[in-house]
Design a protein around this ligand. Sequence first.
Ligand code: URA
Length: 197
Amino acid sequence: MSGEKQQKMEELAALCRQCDSCGLCLGRHNVVFGVGDPDAEVMFIGEGPGEQEDLRGEPFVGKAGILLDKYLAAIDLDRHKNIYIANIVKCRPPQNRDPEDKEQDTCLPWLRKQFAVIRPKIIVCLGRIAAARIIKPDIRITREHGKLFRKGGVIMMPVLHPAALLRNPRDKAPALEDFLRLQELIKNECEHTYGPD
Ligand code: URA
């Protein structure tokens, strides 16, 4: 991990923890800034923190996160080693409702600053909200998950949100296919060794 990127990210996180630019700050226990290696070539983006994430200050640590970690492990990815995970909004929307457009707009500059530090080669959008924000507003996640999009030199893949997979277990097999495709993509596009230790 390069010390420089790590330090930049810590400085950004410290600033973000003071953010009170939208109403979501009123109900939060923690700002959920992001987790992982800022040197990673692959970045995952979710929608926003849920209850567990809000309590622990880390993205994807509830039931959906446990499932996500299994898919990551299946393709030799690890949230603490070779990827970075962040969300569109950094504070929990009440009752886990979708983040409103205005909340997303207000929070997006933090994500842009994270991109600027990490400069990922591949972005994986977890679910419709992230894919609509990052890839294209009219994305049809049920039809377009697993497809590749290119924007500004970055390869982007929308995948089904792990919380949706918990609700619809029949989608777990196609979701795994998307992750296997991602593994191939990483092998072809990334310089770092992404295999097992
Ligand atoms: N769902 C998300 O989109 N992000 C999280 O961090 C947790 C659940």
